[in-house]
Design a protein around this ligand. Structure first.
Ligand code: B12
Ligand code: SF4
Length: 519
């Protein structure tokens, strides 16, 4: 049987890296079946396009995975596929919480023939076999012989053949720049960010987050060896292709067990498996100096920190009191001293937020080492404690907000400001943090670092700005480049004089010490 695994975009937001679940399920597919992958983020498709594809390619089963914000598109695509007689199985965080919706058991139309609840590592082979026999069940749950929920152990993690997988859809280097960049250093003709997990689960249970409910509070890890081998595979591929690969450790809290993380990082270093990497780590775990040393030595370049708010009352409200705003600056300094920078994520529209929250947050951010701040709105995702609390309080304004995805739009009323005010705060946050002046200031603040770091932060900022401001088209990029022409000119000028002054290996002299890519 030919199987298509499809991850939709939502036509509004795009991801910059492939989704791990597709590669994982492909690797777990029983022999005798062929699996085709399409990620709508890299290969946009509409309903007619996917219906044509499954017919022409003789696809016998389609698996669709989606987050809540992609689900409306996922359902439309599923409907189009089922209309041409091909069965659809859906999985992922949204349908796990809203299986009745996907199966049409709540009064709405049916979108999926089957739903895989929770982690599907162990149920997927069974789903494939049932589909091949034409005997799909409605629901597949990860349970043991006694009907008790069973979380897959990650000890027997499949080897994902990253060395052979076609990654053309995920090259982040613009086509027109490919030729020139190929000649720089070890080669920048390709640059891909690859998702990798080293463990699953988070015990913290923040009120707005689906992770503790979905993956559970029992944390499971892959063996160090399996992670190191995967890194070595990717590193070899990058070298072979004269391109760059960076890894995004998608663990929700990469250092949740500090002892184990240190042991993994030591093994990475010992095996020479360092590639540049990004990971999500909560601020409280970054107090450990030795951990931060190992992060830097093993290739860590960016750490995503869910700071959420600078207001301890807000943090306590969402069960994230372990975040201590008083120590944010010290944590970021500790990272920056080792040339590791932070993506700092904030949520506005929390219950104790008032007008001016963006201004107050930006004032704090200005006192920290340059990084990549991002701003979102508190969003009640299905089945989270937050959703239940707001529903019980009658505060949900769009209880089924996922049926019509609107980016940066609240689905409930905040307590101390209006919805419109919360929207304005997010807009102000993005506008000020990513203004040409703020970009120049961020670059300037790194003037004691090699030029590569400044180029890196500048390019990263240009890209991150696109999370809020639409900049998909060429015209939008040209406008952005024009607005930031002074910073670009000064970086180019410095680059040229460094290059003229030191005609040796640009990496060795630090001028091209980029933040991402295989080391
Ligand atoms: C990496 C990641 C991202 C990446 C992008 C995704 C990517 N390319 O990988 C980035 C950083 C860009 C991102 C952004 C966002 N993310 Co995110 N992200 C994750 C994260 C940390 C890892 C995803 C992952 O690969 N997990 C590991 C794989 C193996 O697990 P999985 O995807 O769940 O797949 C398993 C099962 O679900 C199932 N399965 C999944 N799909 C399918 C399909 C079929 C057919 C079957 C049978 C089974 C199946 O089988 C898999 C194996 O067991 C998750 C949290 C988490 N730990 O999962 C959040 C998570 C998915 N993100 C979330 C959110 C909310 C966001 C944002 C909206 C945050 C924000 N406010 O901006 C944005 C939106 C991005 C966008 N463009 O619109 C939520 C989604 C909740 C929900 N109900 O939708 C999660 C769960 C985290 C959370 N805090 O709750 N994210
Ligand atoms: S620490 Fe992160 S992953 Fe864990 S529950 Fe909180 S937000 Fe979710």
């Amino acid at each position: 049987m030919r199987i298509l695994l499809y991850n939709p975009d939502n036509g509004v937001t795009r991801n910059f890296m492939p989704h791990l679940w597709m590669f994982l399920l492909q690797s777990l597919t029983p022999d005798g079946h062929e699996v085709v992958l399409i990620d709508g983020n890299a290969q946009p498709m509409d309903e007619a396009g996917i219906a044509r594809f499954v017919r022409e390619q003789n696809i016998g089963l389609v698996g669709i995975g989606a987050m809540t914000r992609m689900i409306a598109k996922a359902y439309r695509m599923a409907d189009a596929i089922r209309a041409v007689g091909v069965p659809v199985v859906m999985g992922g965080p949204h349908v796990t919480e809203e299986a009745d919706e996907a199966l049409g058991r709540n009064g709405g139309p049916r979108h999926a023939d089957a739903v895989a609840l929770g982690e599907a590592d162990e149920t997927w082979p069974k789903i494939v076999e049932d589909a091949a026999r034409g005997q799909l069940k409605d629901i597949y749950a990860p349970v043991d012989d006694f009907g008790q929920e069973r979380k897959p152990s990650l000890k027997e993690y499949p080897a994902i053949p990253w060395d052979k997988i076609n990654l053309d859809q995920f090259n982040l280097v613009p086509r027109m720049a490919k030729r020139t960049l190929q000649r720089i250093s070890d080669g920048w003709g390709t640059f891909r960010i690859i998702p990798m997990e080293s463990g699953r689960g988070c015990p913290y249970g923040c009120e707005f987050c689906t992770v503790t409910g979905f993956f559970g509070d029992s944390i499971r890890f892959r063996t160090n060896e399996s992670v190191v081998n995967e890194l070595l595979l990717l590193k070899a591929r990058a070298r072979r292709e004269g391109g760059q690969i960076a890894v995004f450790f998608i663990d929700d809290n990469f250092a949740i067990n500090i002892k184990r993380t240190k042991s993994l990082l030591r093994d990475i270093i010992a095996a020479g498996a360092q590639v540049h990497w990004v990971a999500q780590i909560s601020a409280n775990l970054l107090r450990d100096e030795e951990l931060v040393d190992l992060i830097a030595a093993s290739g860590g370049k960016w750490v995503f920190i869910g700071m959420e708010s600078i207001d301890p009352t807000n943090l306590a409200d969402v069960n994230k009191g372990f975040n201590k705003p008083g120590e944010y600056a010290a944590v970021l300094q500790r990272l920056a001293q080792r040339n590791v920078y932070a993506i700092t994520s904030f949520i506005f529209g929390m219950d104790n937020d008032t007008v001016g929250v963006a201004e107050r947050t930006l004032k704090e951010i200005h006192t920290w080492p340059a990084g990549l701040p991002i701003f979102g709105l508190l969003t009640p995702l299905p089945a989270t404690p937050l959703y239940k609390r707001l529903e019980a309080a009658g505060r949900l304004t769009r209880p089924k907000h996922w049926q019509e995805f609107i980016p940066f739009e609240m689905a409930h009323t905040p307590l101390k400001m209006t919805i419109a005010e919360a929207h304005a705060e997010v807009k102000a946050g993005w506008a000020q943090a990513y203004s040409p002046e703020a970009m120049a200031q961020a670059v300037d603040s790194l003037k004691d670092k090699p030029l590569g770091y400044r180029i890196n932060i500048f390019i990263a900022r240009l890209c991150f700005r696109g999370i809020y401001f639409p900049q998909m088209g060429r015209l939008a990029w040209l406008k952005l480049i024009y607005q930031n022409r002074r910073t670009i000119a000064s970086l180019v000028k410095e680059g040229l004089s460094t290059w003229r002054g030191r005609p040796t290996n640009p990496v060795a002299n630090g001028s091209l010490q980029t933040g991402v890519g295989a080391t």
